[in-house]
Design a protein around this ligand. Structure first.
Ligand code: G3H
Ligand code: 13P
Ligand code: ZN
Length: 319
Protein backbone atom coordinates (compact mmCIF):
# COMPACT_ATOMS: atom_id res chain seq x y z
CA UNK A 1 0.00 0.00 0.00
CA UNK A 2 2.72 2.42 1.06
CA UNK A 3 4.84 1.61 -1.98
CA UNK A 4 1.92 1.94 -4.35
CA UNK A 5 1.08 5.39 -2.95
CA UNK A 6 4.76 6.34 -3.30
CA UNK A 7 4.86 5.18 -6.88
CA UNK A 8 1.64 7.01 -7.70
CA UNK A 9 2.87 10.22 -6.12
CA UNK A 10 6.43 9.79 -7.40
CA UNK A 11 7.92 10.39 -3.96
CA UNK A 12 10.95 8.84 -2.34
CA UNK A 13 10.20 5.86 -0.13
CA UNK A 14 10.11 6.79 3.53
CA UNK A 15 10.18 10.56 3.14
CA UNK A 16 7.58 12.34 5.23
CA UNK A 17 4.55 11.21 3.30
CA UNK A 18 1.86 13.40 4.72
CA UNK A 19 3.26 16.73 3.67
CA UNK A 20 4.52 15.59 0.26
CA UNK A 21 1.17 13.95 -0.41
CA UNK A 22 -0.68 17.11 0.59
CA UNK A 23 1.48 19.31 -1.66
CA UNK A 24 0.99 16.97 -4.61
CA UNK A 25 -2.74 17.00 -3.97
CA UNK A 26 -2.77 20.80 -3.83
CA UNK A 27 -0.79 20.98 -7.08
CA UNK A 28 -3.56 19.46 -9.15
CA UNK A 29 -6.48 19.95 -6.79
CA UNK A 30 -7.05 23.70 -7.15
CA UNK A 31 -5.92 24.68 -3.69
CA UNK A 32 -2.74 25.82 -1.98
CA UNK A 33 -1.35 24.70 1.37
CA UNK A 34 -0.87 27.79 3.54
CA UNK A 35 2.66 28.06 4.95
CA UNK A 36 2.52 30.74 7.59
CA UNK A 37 5.44 31.85 9.75
CA UNK A 38 5.34 31.94 13.52
CA UNK A 39 7.21 35.01 14.73
CA UNK A 40 5.95 34.84 18.33
CA UNK A 41 3.54 32.95 20.60
CA UNK A 42 0.49 35.06 19.80
CA UNK A 43 0.92 34.55 16.06
CA UNK A 44 1.33 30.82 16.70
CA UNK A 45 -1.93 30.81 18.67
CA UNK A 46 -3.82 32.81 16.05
CA UNK A 47 -2.68 30.46 13.29
CA UNK A 48 -3.67 27.33 15.24
CA UNK A 49 -7.14 28.80 15.83
CA UNK A 50 -7.49 29.64 12.13
CA UNK A 51 -6.52 26.07 11.18
CA UNK A 52 -9.13 24.64 13.54
CA UNK A 53 -11.85 26.97 12.37
CA UNK A 54 -11.27 26.48 8.64
CA UNK A 55 -10.34 22.78 8.73
CA UNK A 56 -7.44 23.65 6.48
CA UNK A 57 -4.10 21.91 6.28
CA UNK A 58 -1.37 24.19 7.55
CA UNK A 59 2.41 24.33 7.43
CA UNK A 60 3.72 26.32 10.37
CA UNK A 61 7.09 27.73 9.42
CA UNK A 62 9.95 28.60 11.71
CA UNK A 63 12.90 30.66 10.52
CA UNK A 64 16.31 30.31 12.14
CA UNK A 65 15.82 33.62 13.94
CA UNK A 66 12.38 32.53 15.15
CA UNK A 67 13.93 29.28 16.41
CA UNK A 68 16.49 31.33 18.33
CA UNK A 69 13.70 33.51 19.75
CA UNK A 70 11.63 30.56 20.97
CA UNK A 71 14.79 28.59 22.01
CA UNK A 72 15.22 24.91 21.24
CA UNK A 73 13.76 23.60 24.50
CA UNK A 74 10.55 25.59 24.11
CA UNK A 75 10.41 24.68 20.41
CA UNK A 76 10.51 20.99 21.42
CA UNK A 77 7.49 21.62 23.62
CA UNK A 78 5.65 23.41 20.81
CA UNK A 79 6.31 20.53 18.42
CA UNK A 80 5.10 18.01 21.03
CA UNK A 81 2.01 20.13 21.76
CA UNK A 82 1.11 20.43 18.10
CA UNK A 83 1.41 16.66 17.66
CA UNK A 84 -0.98 16.14 20.57
CA UNK A 85 -3.58 18.42 19.01
CA UNK A 86 -3.89 16.06 16.05
CA UNK A 87 -4.55 18.91 13.67
CA UNK A 88 -3.42 18.79 10.03
CA UNK A 89 -0.45 20.97 10.91
CA UNK A 90 3.12 20.22 9.93
CA UNK A 91 6.23 22.08 11.04
CA UNK A 92 8.78 23.37 8.59
CA UNK A 93 12.17 25.07 8.73
CA UNK A 94 11.95 28.24 6.64
CA UNK A 95 15.04 29.50 4.78
CA UNK A 96 17.63 27.19 6.28
CA UNK A 97 20.94 28.51 5.00
CA UNK A 98 23.30 25.88 6.40
CA UNK A 99 23.50 22.12 6.86
CA UNK A 100 23.82 22.72 10.61
CA UNK A 101 20.52 24.56 10.95
CA UNK A 102 18.81 21.80 8.96
CA UNK A 103 20.20 19.20 11.37
CA UNK A 104 19.01 21.32 14.29
CA UNK A 105 15.45 21.54 12.91
CA UNK A 106 15.33 17.81 12.23
CA UNK A 107 16.53 17.12 15.76
CA UNK A 108 13.65 19.25 17.05
CA UNK A 109 11.22 17.03 15.16
CA UNK A 110 10.33 19.20 12.16
CA UNK A 111 8.48 17.44 9.33
CA UNK A 112 10.20 19.29 6.51
CA UNK A 113 13.02 21.71 5.89
CA UNK A 114 13.89 24.35 3.36
CA UNK A 115 17.47 24.66 2.27
CA UNK A 116 17.91 28.04 0.69
CA UNK A 117 21.00 28.10 -1.48
CA UNK A 118 19.45 30.62 -3.84
CA UNK A 119 22.11 33.27 -3.33
CA UNK A 120 24.96 30.79 -3.85
CA UNK A 121 26.49 30.12 -7.27
CA UNK A 122 24.33 27.48 -9.01
CA UNK A 123 26.77 24.60 -8.56
CA UNK A 124 27.12 25.30 -4.83
CA UNK A 125 23.36 25.52 -4.48
CA UNK A 126 23.08 22.07 -6.12
CA UNK A 127 25.83 20.63 -3.92
CA UNK A 128 24.39 21.95 -0.62
CA UNK A 129 20.80 21.08 -1.52
CA UNK A 130 21.75 17.54 -2.52
CA UNK A 131 23.64 17.05 0.73
CA UNK A 132 20.57 18.21 2.68
CA UNK A 133 18.22 16.01 0.65
CA UNK A 134 20.37 12.92 1.31
CA UNK A 135 20.46 13.62 5.02
CA UNK A 136 16.83 14.73 5.44
CA UNK A 137 15.39 11.86 3.43
CA UNK A 138 17.32 9.39 5.57
CA UNK A 139 15.47 10.91 8.55
CA UNK A 140 12.05 10.80 6.86
CA UNK A 141 11.98 14.57 6.38
CA UNK A 142 11.04 16.25 3.10
CA UNK A 143 12.99 19.09 1.51
CA UNK A 144 12.18 22.33 -0.28
CA UNK A 145 14.93 23.89 -2.39
CA UNK A 146 15.08 27.31 -3.97
CA UNK A 147 16.26 28.46 -7.36
CA UNK A 148 16.13 32.10 -8.43
CA UNK A 149 16.70 35.17 -6.28
CA UNK A 150 13.96 36.86 -4.28
CA UNK A 151 15.33 40.38 -4.35
CA UNK A 152 14.88 43.31 -6.64
CA UNK A 153 18.35 44.65 -5.96
CA UNK A 154 21.70 43.80 -4.41
CA UNK A 155 24.70 45.97 -3.47
CA UNK A 156 25.55 46.48 -7.15
CA UNK A 157 22.08 47.83 -7.96
CA UNK A 158 18.82 46.58 -9.46
CA UNK A 159 18.96 42.95 -10.61
CA UNK A 160 18.08 42.07 -14.20
CA UNK A 161 15.24 39.62 -14.96
CA UNK A 162 17.83 36.99 -15.89
CA UNK A 163 19.58 37.35 -12.54
CA UNK A 164 16.38 37.27 -10.49
CA UNK A 165 13.86 34.97 -12.09
CA UNK A 166 14.02 31.18 -12.07
CA UNK A 167 15.12 29.67 -15.35
CA UNK A 168 12.66 26.87 -16.28
CA UNK A 169 15.42 24.81 -17.95
CA UNK A 170 17.72 25.14 -14.94
CA UNK A 171 14.80 24.34 -12.60
CA UNK A 172 14.33 21.00 -14.34
CA UNK A 173 18.02 20.18 -14.01
CA UNK A 174 18.11 21.38 -10.37
CA UNK A 175 15.27 19.10 -9.32
CA UNK A 176 16.80 16.13 -11.15
CA UNK A 177 20.23 16.70 -9.62
CA UNK A 178 19.12 17.38 -6.07
CA UNK A 179 15.97 15.26 -5.59
CA UNK A 180 14.09 18.02 -3.75
CA UNK A 181 10.42 17.37 -2.95
CA UNK A 182 9.28 20.91 -3.78
CA UNK A 183 10.83 23.94 -5.41
CA UNK A 184 10.63 27.60 -4.42
CA UNK A 185 10.82 29.84 -7.45
CA UNK A 186 11.40 33.50 -8.14
CA UNK A 187 8.69 34.93 -10.38
CA UNK A 188 8.37 38.47 -9.06
CA UNK A 189 7.36 38.30 -5.40
CA UNK A 190 9.71 39.49 -2.68
CA UNK A 191 9.92 39.30 1.10
CA UNK A 192 8.83 42.03 3.45
CA UNK A 193 6.70 45.12 3.26
CA UNK A 194 8.02 46.61 0.00
CA UNK A 195 7.83 43.97 -2.69
CA UNK A 196 8.08 45.85 -5.93
CA UNK A 197 9.90 48.67 -7.60
CA UNK A 198 7.47 50.09 -10.14
CA UNK A 199 4.41 48.14 -11.22
CA UNK A 200 3.60 45.14 -8.99
CA UNK A 201 3.65 42.09 -11.25
CA UNK A 202 3.95 38.32 -10.86
CA UNK A 203 5.44 36.52 -13.89
CA UNK A 204 2.84 33.79 -14.38
CA UNK A 205 4.29 33.30 -17.87
CA UNK A 206 7.54 32.03 -16.31
CA UNK A 207 5.58 29.87 -13.87
CA UNK A 208 3.75 28.19 -16.76
CA UNK A 209 7.08 27.32 -18.39
CA UNK A 210 8.37 25.88 -15.10
CA UNK A 211 5.19 23.81 -14.75
CA UNK A 212 5.71 22.35 -18.22
CA UNK A 213 9.31 21.39 -17.43
CA UNK A 214 8.42 20.02 -13.99
CA UNK A 215 4.89 18.62 -14.19
CA UNK A 216 5.25 16.56 -10.97
CA UNK A 217 7.01 19.05 -8.71
CA UNK A 218 5.01 21.15 -6.25
CA UNK A 219 5.96 24.81 -6.61
CA UNK A 220 6.42 27.11 -3.61
CA UNK A 221 5.81 30.84 -3.70
CA UNK A 222 7.64 32.93 -1.12
CA UNK A 223 6.99 36.59 -0.43
CA UNK A 224 3.26 36.09 -0.85
CA UNK A 225 1.93 38.45 1.82
CA UNK A 226 -0.74 40.79 0.51
CA UNK A 227 0.44 43.71 2.72
CA UNK A 228 -3.07 45.13 2.98
CA UNK A 229 -3.32 48.87 3.37
CA UNK A 230 -5.83 48.48 6.23
CA UNK A 231 -3.15 47.09 8.54
CA UNK A 232 -0.59 49.72 7.61
CA UNK A 233 -3.21 52.45 8.10
CA UNK A 234 -4.17 51.06 11.51
CA UNK A 235 -0.54 50.94 12.59
CA UNK A 236 0.03 54.53 11.46
CA UNK A 237 -3.24 55.74 13.04
CA UNK A 238 -2.00 54.42 16.37
CA UNK A 239 1.45 55.90 16.59
CA UNK A 240 3.27 53.90 13.90
CA UNK A 241 5.32 55.31 11.09
CA UNK A 242 5.38 53.04 8.06
CA UNK A 243 6.02 55.34 5.17
CA UNK A 244 6.03 52.95 2.25
CA UNK A 245 4.48 49.55 1.61
CA UNK A 246 3.61 47.68 -1.52
CA UNK A 247 2.36 44.10 -1.56
CA UNK A 248 0.52 41.46 -3.56
CA UNK A 249 -3.06 42.69 -3.24
CA UNK A 250 -5.06 41.35 -6.23
CA UNK A 251 -2.09 39.45 -7.69
CA UNK A 252 -2.73 36.04 -6.15
CA UNK A 253 -6.44 35.58 -6.77
CA UNK A 254 -5.93 32.80 -9.33
CA UNK A 255 -2.75 31.29 -7.90
CA UNK A 256 -4.74 28.31 -6.61
CA UNK A 257 -5.31 27.19 -10.23
CA UNK A 258 -1.56 26.84 -10.87
CA UNK A 259 1.04 24.36 -9.60
CA UNK A 260 1.78 26.69 -6.69
CA UNK A 261 1.11 24.24 -3.86
CA UNK A 262 2.56 26.10 -0.90
CA UNK A 263 2.36 29.81 -0.32
CA UNK A 264 4.57 31.55 2.24
CA UNK A 265 3.28 34.45 4.30
CA UNK A 266 4.89 36.09 7.29
CA UNK A 267 4.70 39.87 6.90
CA UNK A 268 0.87 39.88 6.88
CA UNK A 269 0.71 38.36 10.35
CA UNK A 270 3.36 40.70 11.69
CA UNK A 271 1.29 43.60 10.38
CA UNK A 272 -2.03 42.22 11.64
CA UNK A 273 -0.59 41.55 15.09
CA UNK A 274 1.14 44.93 15.38
CA UNK A 275 -1.94 46.81 14.13
CA UNK A 276 -4.21 45.16 16.71
CA UNK A 277 -1.79 45.59 19.60
CA UNK A 278 -1.14 49.24 18.77
CA UNK A 279 -4.84 49.97 18.48
CA UNK A 280 -5.64 48.16 21.71
CA UNK A 281 -2.97 50.02 23.63
CA UNK A 282 -4.07 53.33 22.18
CA UNK A 283 -7.74 52.79 22.97
CA UNK A 284 -7.11 51.17 26.39
CA UNK A 285 -4.38 53.34 27.91
CA UNK A 286 -5.25 52.08 31.39
CA UNK A 287 -4.47 48.43 30.54
CA UNK A 288 -1.11 46.88 31.19
CA UNK A 289 -1.70 43.12 31.16
CA UNK A 290 0.08 41.52 28.18
CA UNK A 291 -2.74 39.01 27.82
CA UNK A 292 -5.24 41.81 27.10
CA UNK A 293 -3.42 43.34 24.16
CA UNK A 294 -1.89 39.96 23.27
CA UNK A 295 -5.36 38.49 22.79
CA UNK A 296 -6.30 41.40 20.52
CA UNK A 297 -3.27 40.46 18.43
CA UNK A 298 -4.26 36.77 18.42
CA UNK A 299 -7.77 37.60 17.13
CA UNK A 300 -6.46 39.82 14.31
CA UNK A 301 -3.91 37.18 13.24
CA UNK A 302 -6.64 34.54 13.27
CA UNK A 303 -8.93 36.67 11.09
CA UNK A 304 -6.11 37.55 8.71
CA UNK A 305 -5.15 33.85 8.36
CA UNK A 306 -8.76 32.79 7.76
CA UNK A 307 -9.04 35.43 5.03
CA UNK A 308 -5.89 34.15 3.25
CA UNK A 309 -6.92 30.50 3.69
CA UNK A 310 -10.36 31.09 2.19
CA UNK A 311 -9.61 33.69 -0.49
CA UNK A 312 -6.08 32.86 -1.65
CA UNK A 313 -5.38 29.25 -0.68
CA UNK A 314 -8.93 27.87 -0.95
CA UNK A 315 -7.71 25.20 1.44
CA UNK A 316 -10.61 25.39 3.89
CA UNK A 317 -12.19 21.96 4.50
CA UNK A 318 -9.28 20.28 2.68
CA UNK A 319 -8.02 18.61 5.84
O1 G3H B 1 11.18 34.79 4.64
C1 G3H B 1 11.65 35.08 5.74
C2 G3H B 1 10.80 35.23 6.90
O2 G3H B 1 9.99 36.35 6.82
C3 G3H B 1 11.59 35.09 8.18
O3 G3H B 1 12.00 36.30 8.73
O4 G3H B 1 14.16 35.69 9.88
O5 G3H B 1 12.85 37.73 10.55
O6 G3H B 1 12.00 35.45 11.09
P1 G3H B 1 12.81 36.29 10.16
P1 13P C 1 6.29 37.68 3.16
O1 13P C 1 7.36 38.61 3.59
O2 13P C 1 5.63 38.15 1.90
O3 13P C 1 5.31 37.42 4.22
O4 13P C 1 6.97 36.28 2.78
C1 13P C 1 7.32 35.39 3.80
C2 13P C 1 8.14 34.26 3.31
O5 13P C 1 8.39 34.07 2.13
C3 13P C 1 8.66 33.35 4.32
O6 13P C 1 9.49 32.38 3.79
ZN1 ZN D 1 10.63 33.19 2.12
Amino acid sequence: MFLSICAKLNVTKGVNMIQVKMLKKAMTGNFIVPAFNIANFEILKGLILATKETKSPMILQVSESAMNYFTDDIMLGIVAGLRKMKLPISIHLDHGHTFDVVKRAIKLGFDSVMIDGSTLPYKENVRLTKKVVNYAHSKNVSVEGELGVLAVANDEGVLSDGERFTSPEQAKEFVALTGVDSLAVSIGTNHGINKYIGEPKIRYDILRKIEKKLPNTPIVLHGASLVEKKYVDKINANGGNITKSIGNENLLKNAYKTHISKINMDTDFRLAYTAAVREYMHTHPEKYSPRDYGQAGVEEVKNCAIDRIVKICRSNNKM
